[in-house]
Write a protein that binds this ligand. Sequence first.
Ligand SMILES: NC(=O)N[C@@H](CC(=O)O)C(=O)O
Ligand SMILES: [Zn+2]
Ligand SMILES: [Zn+2]
Length: 346
Amino acid sequence: MTDTLTITRPDDWHLHLRDGAMLASVLPDTARQFGRAIVMPNLKPPVTTVAQAAAYRERILAVVPEGTSFEPLMTLYLTNNTPPDEIRRAKDSGFVHAVKLYPAGATTNSDAGVSDLAKCYKTLEVMQELGMPFLVHGEVTDPAIDIFDREAVFIERVMQPLRRDMPELKVVFEHITTKEAAQYVATAEGPIAATITAHHLLYNRNEIFKGGIRPHYYCLPILKREEHRLALVQAAVSGSDRFFLGTDSAPHPKGLKEHACGCAGCYTALHAMELYAQAFEDAGALDQLEAFASFNGPAFYNLPRNQGFVTLKRQSWTIPAELPMGEATIVPLNGGETINWQLIAQ
Ligand SMILES: NC(=O)N[C@@H](CC(=O)O)C(=O)O
Ligand SMILES: [Zn+2]
Ligand SMILES: [Zn+2]
């Protein structure tokens, strides 16, 4: 039995850091575990220009704890009106690494998102030409489609037509949750990859309703049936370099999670690598964790691997039930439960 696992310092390829006091509170958790993170642009208002991304990047760097090296990889939020030139400016900036698609209304802070991808084709063509990755929240917003089917239907209605029209566009299918998405990404032609969260590797949808309604397990895309969880685990441990780590850690104040209309998102930045280690160990595949967490992402984004290392030790500890974050309180995923692994930063 492996009790200690030292791996190249990992990166988080899908992260929500928010802004202001919340940013200052959550950033140290990520910076302790990860060398870099792809920072989601769904602020209010969203980060739609390179100038806004530059200012946001400065606000992030200002709260990186002293003695810690952490590099935020910035993204732009695509709107119906993003001009093709903004993509050229993004590429030239050196710090904007991707552009994000939020179908309008699909998830938290997506109201300014894209209503019809056809409106964005000129801009997408420039992304294809420049090799700028397109990060996709892959759910249709058609209210007639069942919430558990929105990702699978997105593949047919949006992903396949888009990739037929733009075969060289680099696409990351973000936070995949279904066997359909896992199979599509594993087998499709052309440059495509997917991020997978720890919570979708560990849990199926029963978790949301165990003994009552449990809002801290509510995220989008919503947890699915066990057969889908098993397909995601298989993809993550398969050795395919198309799958990599993206926590989708998405902090919301406790009061807005425990609410009549609670927000979607799980906070996992505190204990992300521990959760992934548990999922990989359960699958008997701890030896695949380093490629998933530290190699496949940089390869897809054309970035070097991190230099340092982190160590995971088999050592039980109790996840705090609540995290005081300035004025707000955040309930981490699995708060109050014990976990078998502990990350020792080096
Ligand atoms: N994943 C979530 O449930 N929520 C994310 C948005 C997103 O990634 O879709 C958030 O910003 O809160
Ligand atoms: Zn999303
Ligand atoms: Zn997200």
